[in-house]
Design a protein around this ligand. Structure first.
Ligand SMILES: Nc1ncnc2c1ncn2[C@@H]1O[C@H](COP(=O)(O)OP(=O)(O)O)[C@@H](O)[C@H]1O
Ligand SMILES: [Mg+2]
Length: 246
């Protein structure tokens, strides 16, 4: 395990422990509050009990999210066309994000980009990056997604490897230089309602796919997230032997 993965696992374990410790007493608080709601004769008291229950449920939702983050990634690797995954996310995002002043463009590579990956996890990567871009453009803007195939020469003795390159280019607020180093850290957020785990999860998922993620952000605003995934070698039977095609 690399250092980053170790840190994340440690934080994940801690988060999961704390979440479980809080869940139990939270359960009794909810139980007693609901008894007061049922048995209380005074309406004012019953209202207060119902407010307690509502707050308890909010905390419970937060704990559920925390546990989701703490859960280990168990990728199910298959042959996946990255462009298909991206198409799905773009359609989904256009459905759920209703902001007229944000425009959207995608340039699809003219070849299919097959990677060995977990479709659901790859969707999470793209969705998180798209949502972050939207959230960084409160006054409107443009998000462009660029996909291409690139070749990189391997180290000496190693053969050339092809990659799927996917860039998310937004015209949002940008990221100040003092924050750039921290955005992938768990729980780092600058948003009032943010949890700060989106990019930590994205980084994890990219790692388990053998990919890379970089960020560029200018002073004048606008951010580019650049993700790469190694493409499957079509004729490498060693790689595709244990992989379901789908
Ligand atoms: N496209 C972007 N433009 C500007 N800032 C960004 C962008 N993506 C991420 N960030 C910064 O990185 C922080 C962490 O992002 P993330 O891990 O997704 O957590 P959250 O979205 O909950 O804040 C954000 O709070 C924001 O400050
Ligand atoms: Mg986010």
């Amino acid at each position: 395990m690399n250092k980053r993965a170790e840190t994340l696992t440690a934080i994940g374990d801690l988060a999961a422990n704390i979440a479980h410790e809080i869940r139990n007493p939270l359960g009794s608080i909810e139980l007693f509050a609901s008894l007061i709601m049922k048995e209380g004769r005074d309406e004012k008291v019953r209202n207060r009990a119902s407010q307690i229950i509502r707050s308890v449920r909010n905390v419970d939702t937060t704990l559920s999210n925390l546990l989701l983050f703490a859960r280990e990634l168990n990728p199910v690797m298959k042959r996946v066309n990255l462009l298909g995954v991206l198409r799905e996310i773009v359609a989904f995002a256009q459905d759920i994000i209703e902001k007229e002043n944000i425009s959207f463009s995608v340039s699809y590579a003219d070849v299919d980009l097959y990677v060995e990956g977990d479709t659901e996890l790859l969707k999470q990567v793209f969705l998180n990056l798209v949502l972050n871009a939207y959230q960084a453009m409160p006054d409107g803007g443009h998000l462009h997604i660029e996909t291409k195939r690139s070749e990189r020469r391997g180290e000496e003795g190693k053969s050339q490897q092809s990659y799927a390159d996917v860039s998310f280019v937004d015209t949002g607020t940008g990221i100040p230089p003092e924050n750039i180093q921290r955005i992938f850290n768990p729980f780092f957020t600058t948003r009032e309602k943010g949890a700060g785990i989106g990019l930590a999860i994205v980084h994890n998922i990219v790692d388990v796919h053998g990919g890379t993620i970089d960020v560029e952000s200018g002073k004048t605003g606008g951010t580019v997230f650049h993700v790469t995934f190694p493409l499957m070698r079509e004729y490498d039977t060693g790689l595709s032997r244990n992989i379901k095609v789908g």
